[in-house]
Design a binder for this molecule. Structure first.
Ligand code: GLY
Ligand code: MN
Ligand code: MN
Length: 413
């Protein structure tokens, strides 16, 4: 993406911070997997959002004093010996070009720069990304850094920037939406390939391999999440990822998958018959879920409340479950539908930001109703990615077929 995007992100963010403050973002490090093997590195998404840089260890320092903002990027000093083993790290001019930050220094200059700022009394607040997923999760690099700063400069007030940047990330810029369109396009191509390749007797992972192949072939480095490839009863387990069962002719196959492009994600679910022909009961259930998918999408427009839409979706699915003879009272719906209608989508698949607020243009949400009937071995989920526009919505995944007739015709070919 053009560095104007990251410049704009920094500008928007700094406007929301108190004066006389610092904000520091860390790229992070690859996590150790085993022995000397590491998981492949993925940048801290908030660091990426304000820099566009996706290499380990680098640090961004933003300073706002008396309304004036200064930006400094601290990058690794090139290690020519190490580079013979693992390749080049980003150079000053490249870092400038990618991020649009003019002032680039080396990491070994970071602590001295910080000491000058803190001891001069310029910055009273230090904003850090103090994201915490649970009480028991291990301490992050940022939390450890906060503790260190507090010990050394006890007069500096630590502030959490996580919720502030999360709210910004909820509304996507046209450039971000463009990245998501690319991820969605590749995902759709891959799902079409899957559907064409489906044969009774295959293992779920065999069909999944077509998705991996298309993604790799299109230059996708990482997937949005672990692919769910679930035949028959397996599809009634929401996050089934074993993907090692045999696909029977009479099974419905549920795929929930997504490519990632420049860290922006697609998240699509489609359900289709292994042999290309819906059985009567499967069609009934499928049509029920599809009707809710469409009804929910119709509700999406600026000002609509996502929490209310979620409640309405549950109500509609309850009605469908009654029609299908699964339940008698709406309150029993949790037996067959037990998640929410969707989530914000962006740099994270389950993206950050307030969960149940009002929709605004530029937000992207998944719409993913499902009905899961374990005793009948039928699980259906139909998931689209929907952009909220000035006047309503745009289904970003509209090119991915979902009508029964279209699926059957497509699979016949
Ligand atoms: N693939 C996870 C989800 O749809 O939310
Ligand atoms: Mn999904
Ligand atoms: Mn989803």
């Amino acid at each position: 993406m053009n560095n104007e995007v990251f410049k704009k992100n920094r500008k928007n963010l700094m406007e929301l911070l108190e004066d006389n403050s610092l904000a520091i973002f860390f790229a992070g490090n690859a996590v150790q997997k085993t022995a000397d093997e590491q998981y492949s590195f993925t940048p801290n998404r908030n660091f990426y959002y304000v820099t566009g840089i996706d290499e380990e260890e680098h640090i961004l320092l933003l300073k706002k004093v008396q309304g004036k903002v200064e930006e400094t990027l601290f990058i690794k000093r090139p290690d020519l010996v190490m580079e013979k083993w693992v390749g080049k790290t980003i150079r000053e001019n490249e870092a400038k070009e990618v991020s649009g930050v003019e002032n680039v220094k080396f990491l070994d200059e970071f602590k001295a720069a910080l000491n000058v700022i803190f001891t001069s009394g310029e910055a009273e607040n230090l904003y850090l990304d103090l994201e915490r997923r649970s009480f028991d999760a291990s301490s992050t690099q940022r939390e450890k850094f906060a503790a260190e700063v507090t010990a050394l400069y006890p007069y500096v007030r630590i502030r959490n920037i996580y919720n502030i940047i999360s709210e910004l990330r909820l509304v996507k810029s046209p450039e971000e939406i463009e990245e998501m369109r690319k991820a969605i396009k590749i995902t759709i191509e891959a799902v079409e390939t899957l559907m064409k390749s489906s044969r009774p007797g295959m293992k779920e992972f065999e069909l999944e391999a077509y998705f991996d192949f298309i993604c790799k072939q299109r230059g996708v480095k990482d997937l949005a999440f672990n692919t769910i490839a679930a035949a028959g009863k397996n599809a009634t387990i929401l996050h089934y990822v074993d993907n090692n069962s045999e696909m029977k002719a009479e099974d419905l196959m549920l795929f929930d998958l997504g490519a990632q492009v420049n860290y922006y994600n697609a998240d699509i679910s489609r359900t289709f018959p292994v042999d290309g022909k819906f059985r009567d009961r499967q069609r009934e259930v499928y049509e029920s879920v599809l009707s809710v998918n469409k009804a929910v999408i119709e509700m999406m427009k600026p000002g609509a409340n996502w929490g209310k839409i979620n409640e309405k979706a549950t109500d509609l699915l309850a009605e469908e479950c009654i029609k299908l003879g699964l339940i008698k009272e709406k309150s029993e719906v949790k037996k067959y539908y037990f998640h929410s209608i969707g989530h914000s989508l962006g740099l994270d698949t389950h993206d950050v930001g307030k969960r149940w607020g009002d929709l605004k243009p530029g937000m992207v949400f998944t719409v993913e109703p499902g009905i899961y009937i374990e005793e009948e071995g039928i699980g259906v989920r139909i998931e689209d990615d929907v952009l909220v526009t000035e006047n309503g919505y745009e289904v970003l995944t509209k090119d991915m077929i979902k009508e029964v007739e279209d699926i059957e015709n497509f699979m016949k070919k």
